[in-house]
Design a protein around this ligand. Structure first.
Ligand code: NAI
Length: 251
């Protein structure tokens, strides 16, 4: 069986991915700042918001990681710095640290969001940020490019989609490791309410009328599990919406 490391395993989508992957026979190691509420094969307690904590967490992970899922994330109601670090800069750093342990044929899955769908409007900026490789260079680039707090969640999900696409090209060619994003629409998890505060009632109502209902974590997890599996071996650099068709209504 595969060894799969999942961040954000103590709640919502990450917990459901861990449950499903174990059910399918994988050995699942969780990483979260909170203790897990389900049985895992291993768990590393870490607050993934500083380079030091990320490095300490990586040191405790297995030497071979067949699939790595970046699912931990904070909503835009958190501080701008936390959103930048946990959802993007730290995620990048963590993934770079883990990469040497991912064998040829391995897979990396990043959870983006439907709220990152407007990445083409800022493509040049996001490509520049992706090119500022490493945590320090990325942080330095961000110090000279102001990101408004109201839209920082969207900005860093956009940046994640662009970085994943750009970076996956190199890693697939050179290392045979795939990297993809999954972009959920609204999902019933503890952070769903935070999106109402972030987006305002009007936007949320508009989206609500375009959807049957928010999704459930067990409707997102199978797509992530599939991206971890060999069945998706020819899928790399993609961003797969899992949103009950919501994104298609923006066309
Ligand atoms: P959640 O709040 O249920 O789970 C997030 C998990 O990440 C929690 O267990 C939390 O402890 C962990 N986490 C947060 N910051 C951390 C840190 N600094 N260090 C370690 N662990 C940390 O939320 P949910 O909904 O399961 O979110 C998972 C991912 O899905 C996030 O990246 C989120 O942005 C994304 N997403 C969620 C949507 C939704 O409507 N729920 C929609 C689109 C994307």
């Amino acid at each position: 069986g595969k060894t799969i490391v999942v961040t954000g395993t103590s709640s919502g989508i990450g917990a459901e991915v861990a449950r499903l992957a174990r059910f399918q026979g994988a050995t699942v190691i969780g990483v979260d700042r909170n203790d897990p509420s389900l049985t895992l094969d291993g768990f590393v307690k870490a607050d993934l918001s500083t380079v030091e904590a990320i490095n300490a967490a990586v040191a405790q992970l297995p030497q071979r990681i067949d699939a790595f899922c970046n699912i931990a994330g904070v909503p835009g109601t958190a501080s701008g710095e936390l959103v930048a670090t946990v959802n993007y800069l730290g995620l990048r750093h963590l993934t770079e640290q883990v990469l040497p342990r991912v064998p040829r044929g391995g897979s990396i899955v990043n959870v983006a969001s439907i709220l990152g769908a407007e990445w083409p409007q800022r493509l040049a900026l996001h490509k520049e940020l992706a090119a500022a490789q490493g945590f320090e260079a990325g942080a330095k680039w961000l110090r000279t490019h102001e990101v408004p707090h109201e839209t920082c969640y969207q900005y860093f999900k956009e940046a994640l989609i662009v970085w994943s696409a750009v970076q996956s090209q190199k890693w697939f060619m050179e290392k045979g490791v795939r990297m993809n994003c999954v972009a959920p629409g609204p999902v019933f998890t503890p952070i769903l309410g935070d999106f109402v505060s972030m987006l305002g009632e009007e936007r949320v109502q508009k989206d609500a009328h375009r959807m049957l209902r928010p999704g459930f974590a067990d409707e997102i997890a199978p797509v992530i599990a599939w991206l971890c599996s060999d069945a998706s071996r020819w899928v790399s650099g993609a961003n797969i919406p899992v949103d009950g068709g919501l994104a298609s209504t923006y066309i």
